[in-house]
Design a protein around this ligand. Structure first.
Ligand SMILES: O=C(O)CCC(=O)C(=O)O
Length: 279
């Protein structure tokens, strides 16, 4: 799938930006065939959501925000996209890892006119993993405007873990109340934070660290915002079973993979390994 036009897109400056800011936009990384493959995967997913799918907008929202998780094993287009694109190689370069595994996939579609914003949060406190070598990709198959796109607080991935809460009802269902610092009120003091964000086109990919604080806007009437996220993990990531239900959940994993173990398990297949022949 990777073509001459899609290779050698990640330079030293990109690696520096990822490590300094915790997020960067890589332009034109995907070919039109890869975007078409991913679009087919998202449409198949929307037509047949898994039992893990969640509606993340309220009933009164004029649009609709739907998320689904961990669908790669049953969605052939997702599977081909994840394992045949250069995302694994890019994650290896950005994180400095010798092996990149898939952690999970996450579809996030906002239909036209969705008002529901995605509140500021870090991803890793919702997960069952410790370690720093992480790279998630936020991959739109539709053009996304600057007001609707994913935004980041630059450098926040270097700071502490912050309290994860439910997006709609603001409840602490993961770490117990008081056990992590609360998020600052970024929206009411935006000028005080180094906020990054990029309007994006199909083919562009946003890469970010799982501790980077991020949020997104609603979408304009008449514009869909279909996004697929590929979450990848590198060399130092370890299993951190929790006493609560993580998002996403990996049922039964705690019984077979001890705390502190690398995620060397078929649930987390290798996407890229140093020295392996290109596929
Ligand atoms: O797409 C969105 O609105 C939110 C995305 C997000 O939070 C993520 O990919 O971790």
């Amino acid at each position: 799938m990777a073509t001459a036009a899609t290779i050698d897109r990640v330079g030293d400056g990109d690696v520096e930006a990822f490590r300094r800011d915790g997020a960067l936009c890589l332009r034109g990384v995907l070919s039109s065939a890869e975007v078409a493959l991913l679009t087919a995967g998202i449409e198949a997913n929307l037509a047949h959501p898994s039992p893990r799918a969640k509606v993340a907008s309220s009933r009164t929202d004029p649009g609709f925000f739907i998320e689904d998780f961990c669908s790669w094993a049953e969605n052939e287009s997702y599977r081909r996209f994840i394992f045949e694109s250069r995302l694994g190689a890019i994650a290896a370069r950005l994180t400095g890892s010798s092996t990149i595994r898939l952690y999970h996939d996450h579809m996030l579609t906002k239909e036209p006119g969705t008002r529901q914003k995605t509140p500021w949060h870090q991803d890793q406190p919702y997960y069952n993993i410790d370690g720093r070598m992480s790279c998630s990709f936020w991959i739109p198959v539709d053009a996304v405007s600057r007001p609707a796109t994913l935004e980041f607080v630059a450098g926040s991935h270097l700071g502490p873990w912050l309290m994860p809460r439910t997006f709609l009802s603001d409840e602490a269902r993961w770490f117990p109340e008081g056990s992590l610092a609360e998020l600052p009120d970024i929206e009411s003091r935006r000028a005080d934070f180094p906020i990054l964000g990029w309007a994006v086109e199909p083919g562009d990919v946003i890469a970010f660290h799982m501790l980077a604080l991020h949020a997104s806007g609603g979408v304009e009437p008449g514009r869909r915002r279909r996004v697929f996220s590929v979450r990848t993990i590198g060399d130092d990531i370890r299993h951190a079973p929790r006493s609560w239900v993580t998002s996403p959940e990996f049922p039964g994993l705690r019984e077979i993979l001890p705390a502190g173990a690398p995620l060397e398990h078929p649930l987390f297949p290798v996407m890229w390994r140093a020295g392996a022949p290109a596929g």
